[in-house]
Design a binder for this molecule. Structure first.
Ligand SMILES: [Zn+2]
Length: 255
């Protein structure tokens, strides 16, 4: 039994395992976890560990896990499947020039995405963003507040990225405050009072403006971006990273 503070409601309770993304969004196979610190440090090598259940952690109480799962997960899984179908038709990373038709429940999808960001961020995140808590715990509530934006991209990367709120200075571009969850076929980025870290990302924040039962076809210009390293918001091509460095990364991760 794992007791702790639920990442959404903030109550001290027994915690349940939350798959991020949901189990049926291709997250039902064992995964191999390696900490970034060991990649960056020469002295702190770790072998990593295998998580048999897929990607996720004990982050949510049973009530939050069951309710948000029942309200939003299926619609998000449908979105992932449609993304996978489009991705399988694209041969190489590129910014699409075409709009892809998705038949979706937009509000349910963005609420599931925000639930996932609650799980990958620390259990203090809910204290700082009470508007987001009520946004996901009230299924009918619409509109995102507090400067939060959600972006996505298509990817065929073998890396799973999970990055809690971080800030990064990019030369000539500025300072970005973001969190990232990338698990093929989708990369998700949340920004807070910040510009998007890459102009090619597809802004889906307006999904929050539709009613819970609203379902329609949306034409989305979601780019297919490379994710050749485990680093967050890194969309460099193999050529830009350098083939020698790519070789080292692949060797380190046994890819
Ligand atoms: Zn809870």
């Amino acid at each position: 039994m794992v007791i702790g503070k639920c990442h959404i409601c903030g109550l001290e309770k027994e915690l349940t395992f939350e798959h991020v993304p949901p189990k049926k969004a291709f997250n039902d196979k064992p995964i191999f976890l390696k900490m970034m610190e060991s990649l960056l440090s020469e002295t702190k090598k770790t072998k990593g560990k295998t998580n048999q259940r897929g990607f996720g952690e004990y982050t949510l109480c049973k009530k939050c896990n069951n309710e948000t799962g029942a309200w939003y997960a299926k619609s998000y899984i449908d979105f992932v499947y449609q993304s996978f179908c489009f991705l399988s038709k694209l041969s190489e990373p590129k910014q699409n020039q075409i709009l892809l038709p998705f038949h979706i429940y937009p509000l349910r999808i963005i609420k599931q995405i925000i639930c996932m960001f609650f799980s990958v961020n620390g259990n203090l995140f809910c204290d700082i963003h009470p508007n987001l808590v009520s946004f996901v715990l009230n299924k009918e509530k619409i509109r995102l507040k507090c400067g939060v934006k959600i972006y996505c991209y298509l990817t065929n990367t073998t890396f799973i990225k999970r990055c809690g709120i971080a800030s990064m200075i990019i030369q000539d571009k500025g300072i970005f405050v973001f969190s990232e969850i990338t698990y093929a076929p989708l990369g998700l980025i949340m920004t807070i009072d910040s510009k998007p870290p890459d102009d090619r990302l597809c802004d889906i924040s307006y999904f929050a403006n539709y009613e819970y039962n609203y379902c329609d076809t949306f034409f989305l210009n979601i780019p297919f971006l490379p994710a050749n390293t485990p680093f967050p918001i890194d969309f460099r091509t193999e050529k830009e990273i350098g083939y020698e460095n790519i070789k080292k990364i692949k060797h380190y991760f046994n890819i």
